[in-house]
Design a protein around this ligand. Structure first.
Ligand SMILES: Nc1ncnc2c1ncn2[C@@H]1O[C@H](COP(=O)(O)OP(=O)(O)OP(=O)(O)O)[C@@H](O)[C@H]1O
Ligand SMILES: O=C(O)c1ccc[n+]([C@@H]2O[C@H](COP(=O)([O-])O)[C@@H](O)[C@H]2O)c1
Length: 216
């Protein structure tokens, strides 16, 4: 089975998350995409932020009507920071027959050299880098951490970097959606509309629970 993984803080999940998951599913003929909310995002200050369970609820609401989308609370079952390499190892153990495609925005990918055991991530799965407005990656090769650049060979026609492990890093441009969770939180705190930035079910949930007005 070909399985996409989209990890995120999802505070809250928004339409760009859903669109990039759908775009990658379609382009790479994936059987499913698993959304993985981070319980303790390694690089984001979460003090005073929304509880894991509330963020999971919004992700479930956002994905419930797509049979190819699933949500996993795998990172909520581990103590400590939610390192992606730990999640990937666990998923590979649980689903030994799957080929994994780790979906990541270009802003996050440009920072991957600072992640826990990042070199092991390239040995464990394919990576799809989705271009994000404000974090354009004109050349995937130069976006790689310098220390591992020599482990790859570039295939221009497929916009693919083949890694020595047999996995690849792909570059997906042309889905520019300038939406971010932080901008949505700001709008919600100001009492402004967040319609058409998040799915309707998530919009209603945020309003009903007064999530960004009372809690954050
Ligand atoms: N508009 C977007 N285009 C492409 N990738 C995106 C976009 N929004 C988020 N992503 C990617 O989705 C993943 C999860 O993102 P995350 O949950 O942190 O949302 P965010 O909008 O970046 O949040 P915040 O604004 O709080 O930093 C990351 O890999 C991020 O790069
Ligand atoms: O493993 C790491 O060191 C690591 C460092 C930063 C981010 N991540 C993961 O990248 C995904 C997006 O993170 P974020 O902070 O942009 O929401 C999410 O699944 C995080 O757990 C992972």
């Amino acid at each position: 089975m070909k399985t996409g993984i989209l990890g995120g803080t999802f505070n809250p999940i928004h339409l760009a998350h859903l669109r990039i998951a759908e775009e990658v599913r379609d382009r790479f003929a994936l059987d499913r995409v698993i959304f993985i909310p981070a319980a303790a995002p390694p690089h984001k200050p979460m003090a005073g932020e929304l509880p894991f369970e509330t963020r999971c609820k919004m992700v479930r609401r956002a994905t419930v009507d797509n049979p190819a989308f699933a949500v996993s609370d795998i990172e909520g079952r581990r103590a400590g920071k939610s390192y992606s390499i730990d999640t990937l190892r666990e998923l590979r153990r649980e689903h030994p027959g799957d080929e994994f495609f780790f979906i990541i925005g270009s802003d996050s990918f440009l920072d991957i050299g600072s992640w826990r055991e990042y070199t092991a991530i390239f040995d464990a799965c394919n990576i799809v880098v989705v271009e994000r407005p404000g974090a354009e990656v004109p050349d995937l090769t130069t976006a790689l951490p310098v220390a591992i650049a020599s482990q790859f060979c570039y295939h221009d026609a497929e916009k693919r970097l083949a890694h020595r492990s047999g996995y690849s890093v792909y570059h997906l441009a042309g889905v520019p959606l300038d939406i971010s969770s932080s901008a949505i939180r700001t709008l919600a705190r100001l009492g402004r509309s967040i319609r058409y930035l998040v799915p309707e079910r998530v919009e209603h949930y945020i309003k009903e629970q007064r999530i960004y007005t009372d809690a954050g």
